[in-house]
Design a protein around this ligand. Sequence first.
Ligand code: GRF
Length: 208
Amino acid sequence: MSCKIGVLVSGRGSNLKSIIEKSTSSEMNAEVAVVLSDRKEAYALEIAKKEGIEAHYVSPENTNPILTGKAEDNYINILKNHDVDIVCLAGFMRIVKEKIINEFKWKMMNIHPSLLPSFKGLNAQKQALDYGVHFAGATVHFVTGEVDGGPIILQAVVPVYQDDTEDSLSERILEEEHRIYPKAIDLFANNKLKIKDNKVFIEEDNGQ
Ligand code: GRF
């Protein structure tokens, strides 16, 4: 049976788009069941609706960057009503805390545009350029209480060139994001991700 994904978004939705594309091309053993946004004007909502996927703006209730209280309950209830097996944060600009994380323990992933644990938080690509690293990248990780701090599922590396701007580096990283996020979801859907000592181990195919 196909794994049901709930996706939380806030913006343009390019990762959502890549997840939908892979899931509808049968490359992935999962389907997007519902998309929720904390911003009414998020283009991601349009992307989902065009594909016939249920998509809603769910008010964050206040300007607090943390998802809490009634808003948190609303998100949990909708995700549970859709029986989602996994929750994917894809450019969701709110910090999620214990209640929703525990509700979907080891079933919530995030994508971050850096090679974690370097450059957590906002403007990761700018942080990388400012630091002068020669390689940057993207990370898919499980969500735990620490922002951008959960066990790493997949990473991809890209070179940083001397004449890179924030835009050019972001674009190069984004291409990799679109490749590894669906791959991580597919590994989850096929029960290939095992967690031990707070680390993720990927089970190899044994040819059977
Ligand atoms: C991506 O760079 C992702 O890594 C970060 O937010 C951005 C979302 O972009 N968490 P999009 O909305 O998926 O295009």
